[in-house]
Design a protein around this ligand. Structure first.
Ligand code: SF4
Length: 331
């Protein structure tokens, strides 16, 4: 893949949060994301999955500069092909970046102000960023993006309480897209919706991706959702990437024991599948005090002495990128 085709390039990224002080006065750090490198290709629908607490939301927010970059770098490429590092932006560049990179929230009920009309909710980013010169221009842009998100003119006069969950999520999507961004972080954007509505919203996001040339970082705890939507899937565990592969490979031949456990936990009507399910024991450890060696060793059924002492490299293997000492031995 050529360098020009990368929308977001993450190199050795760590995101740390101070959460108190030790007896000696040093800050205690929670490492939400540790030493992650990842390229999100332009125009792709890139999935990021893992359990709650795996760091996927923090990683997504770091790419929007909404979480601190403690170490490493994130390079962003805009629609015009300009590349810049998020930690070193001028205020003019930062304004352009805010327009170019947007977030779709998880909860369409909490994300919309109940006191604003749908028109005002969608128009707010244009007005805050001063992207239009007149109310007429704002209204025209709001109507245009609302129509793309399958909302009609009548909807714009109403308040959010008049809408179902799926319609509210379409309002959230319209608000994220009204500034004509190139990069969208969709954080659990269908998790709060009924299954039938999830498919409708996923189809809408895919058609918007094609029509508007968008790059999506699609964050989900639900592997069955990313299996049918994403062109590439990255799996996170305790702040680190453990495997990346296209879904057609990842879901048929997962290599990492954690990926295998997640995939085997996808509900199935096949009794054979249920018998083969890999059950993970215990909880995800605390990111304040992660285990040494492979971070997954406390729950991995295949862990060896080496796993407890040495962190595996994240490396290429048969069409995957994977971090496991035993991958050649068919872990
Ligand atoms: Fe399991 Fe060891 Fe592989 Fe980690 S490195 S996933 S503990 S086998």
């Amino acid at each position: 893949m050529s360098e020009q085709s990368i929308a977001v390039s993450i190199k050795d990224l760590s995101v740390e949060f101070p959460i108190g002080k030790t007896i000696l006065g040093k800050p205690t750090l929670l490492t939400a994301v540790g030493n992650v490198s990842l390229d999100v290709p332009s125009g792709s629908f890139f999935g990021l999955v893992g359990e709650s607490g795996s760091g996927k939301t923090t990683l997504g927010r770091a790419t929007l500069r909404a979480a601190p970059i403690s170490k490493g770098s994130i390079t962003f490429r805009d629609r015009e092909g300009e590349q810049f590092e998020l930690r070193h932006m001028s205020s003019k560049r930062e304004k352009a970046f805010r327009r170019n990179a947007q977030l779709i929230f998880q909860d369409p009920y909490a994300a919309l102000s109940p006191r604003m009309t749908v028109r005002d909710i969608i128009a707010e980013p244009l007005e805050v960023m001063k992207l239009t010169k007149s109310r007429a221009e704002t209204d025209e842009r709001v109507r245009e993006i609302a129509a793309k998100c399958r909302l009609n003119v009548e909807h714009l006069r109403r308040f959010p309480h008049a809408f179902s969950g799926g319609q509210r999520q379409r309002i959230s999507i319209a608000r994220a897209l009204v500034t004509n961004p190139s990069y969208i972080v969709a954080d659990e954007s269908v998790a709060a919706l009924d299954v039938s509505i999830q498919a409708d919203i996923l189809n809408l996001l895919k058609s918007l991706q094609r029509d508007m040339g968008l790059t999506f970082l699609f964050i989900s705890h639900d592997l069955s959702v990313v299996a049918h939507t994403c062109e590439m899937v990255a799996v996170m565990y305790l702040g680190s990437l453990v495997e990346i592969a296209p879904p057609r490979i990842l879901f048929t031949e997962p290599l990492h024991p954690y990926t295998k456990a997640l995939i085997s936990a996808i509900p199935s009507l096949d009794p054979d599948h249920r018998q083969k399910a890999v059950k993970l024991s215990g909880e995800i450890p605390s990111p304040v005090n992660p285990p040494p060696g492979c971070k997954f060793h406390t729950r991995c059924p295949l862990a060896t002495e080496r796993c407890r002492a040495e962190a595996p490299q994240f490396r290429d293997y048969e069409g995957h990128k994977v971090a496991c000492h035993l991958v050649e031995k068919g872990a």
